[in-house]
Structures are given as structure tokens and as C-alpha cells.
Design a protein around this ligand. Structure first.
Ligand code: SAH
Length: 224
């Protein structure tokens, strides 16, 4: 097939990105990500749109990348793991996300839940995340600019809560906003010693599962 140089260039970029995306999916499967719905979302959400153009060529590497304001887009493996942990066994109707960041985790998760409520404390990051969700045709997310440590009282209780920044200890205020049977997935602990935990509510008791060591930015108070 004959193509003009420009077209060949664009097709070339497309090919590389399809190949690197598939390599990423292989890697996630090797690391134990099994849910085909989650793998499909990682395959289909264009992660390169969530980072600066200068970093776009690295968007399908399995690493966190800077998104400005001293924050990072989460590593694909961690996004996949948290999405699996939140959606296991079905489609949770109402989910709260604390720490929207650039909105990548939001975009991966949104179609796998009924309604998603996402809170971010840094205004400019939230604005960009909203814009990307709009571009991708994601319509079941409500965003809020606030300190997510308090949860979202007027919308509680939730079937699941996903926390994308690390508190030092399990936040009671968030646990209280879980439905009976609901689950909270969060990195807990100080920098360098964080563990991903899933706590499932059974009445006033919480069953605790350890999902492995992770590295997240800290959960901070207030808004900016
Ligand atoms: N999963 C996100 C990355 C999250 S980085 C993504 O895919 O891009 C963690 C985010 O949590 C940062 O944007 C940070 O500003 C936000 N954050 C930290 N503490 C917060 C709080 N108390 N309330 C809301 N957001 C918070």
C-alpha cells in the first residue's frame, strides 16, 4: 500500500501504541490481573491523553508518571488491581473515589460501576479530569472539589470506596459511609511503608485483606 510520509508517520505511531498497549496487558496478566472487564478497560482507555505530550511515549509503561502539582498518575498495575478489588463479583451501584488526580483511574472504573462520585482537592487537576471524562463520553461520574477525607455525606452510603492517596491509618469517616457488605480499598501507611488494604463491612465489623505493598502520594487535608 502506498502512503504519503505524513500518513505513514501517524500509522506508525498508532502501531507502536497498539503493540505497547498489548505488551502492558500481557504484563498485567502475568502479575495476576484476571478480570477481562478490567483488562479491556486498560486496553481501551487512552492513557496517553492523561499525561503531558512530552510523556505520551511512556504512557503504556507500567509506571506512575508526573501530572503536575507534585502528583502522579497511578501505575496501570495498581489501577487494575484496585479496580478488580472494588468491582469483584459484580457491578457496584454507587462508588466513591477519593483523589481523582488526572482522572485515569476514574475513566477505567466508571463503566464498571453504576454511578461514580469522585473527589479531588486540587482544582486545576479536577478541571482537566472533568474535561477528559467529557471527551471520552463518560457520563456516570459526579466530580467534587473538596477534601475527600470527609467522604461525600449527602451521597452515602456507598457500595465501595476507592482511595487513591495514602492516609496514615484507616479513615473511620470513610468506613462509616460504606453500606453493609460494602468495601473500602485504600493504600494505608507512611511513605515507603504503604500497604494496599481492602476492608469489607459486616455490620460494625470490618474484614481486612492485605493486597500487597504500594507507593502512593499522601492523603492531605484542605483544598488548593
Ligand atoms: N488515580 C489517580 C492518581 C491519584 S494521585 C490518577 O489516575 O490520576 C492522588 C490524588 O489524590 C492527587 O491528585 C491528590 O491531589 C489527591 N488527594 C490527596 N489528598 C486528597 C484529599 N484529602 N481529598 C481529595 N483528593 C486528595
Amino acid at each position: 500500500m502506498n502512503r504519503g510520509a505524513g500518513e505513514a508517520g501517524v500509522a506508525g505511531i498508532g502501531m507502536t501504541s497498539a503493540r505497547t498497549r498489548e505488551r502492558l496487558i500481557q504484563r498485567l496478566m502475568e502479575q495476576g490481573i484476571r478480570d477481562p472487564r478490567v483488562l479491556d478497560r486498560i486496553r481501551n482507555v487512552p492513557r496517553h491523553l492523561f499525561v503531558d505530550e512530552a510523556l505520551a511515549s511512556r504512557a503504556y509503561e507500567d509506571t506512575a508518571l508526573p501530572i503536575g502539582h507534585s502528583q502522579t498518575i497511578s501505575q496501570p498495575y495498581v489501577v487494575a488491581r484496585m479496580t478488580e478489588a472494588v468491582t469483584v463479583g459484580g457491578t457496584p451501584a454507587k462508588v466513591l473515589e477519593v483523589g481523582t488526580g488526572c482522572g485515569y483511574q476514574t475513566a477505567v472504573l466508571a463503566p464498571l460501576v453504576g454511578r461514580l462520585y469522585s473527589i479531588e482537592r486540587i482544582g486545576p487537576l479536577l478541571d482537566k479530569a472533568k474535561e477528559r471524562a467529557r471527551q471520552l463520553g463518560i457520563k456516570n461520574v459526579r466530580f467534587k472539589h473538596a477534601d475527600g477525607s470527609d467522604g461525600w455525606k449527602s451521597q452515602a452510603p456507598f457500595d465501595a470506596i476507592l482511595v487513591a492517596a495514602a492516609p496514615h491509618s484507616v479513615p473511620m469517616k470513610l468506613l462509616e459511609q460504606l453500606k453493609d457488605g460494602g468495601r473500602l480499598v485504600a493504600p494505608i501507611g507512611p511513605e515507603g511503608q504503604q500497604e494496599l488494604l481492602r476492608l469489607t463491612r459486616r455490620g460494625d465489623q470490618y474484614m481486612r485483606e492485605r493486597l500487597g505493598f504500594v507507593s502512593f502520594v499522601p492523603l492531605l487535608g484542605g483544598v488548593s
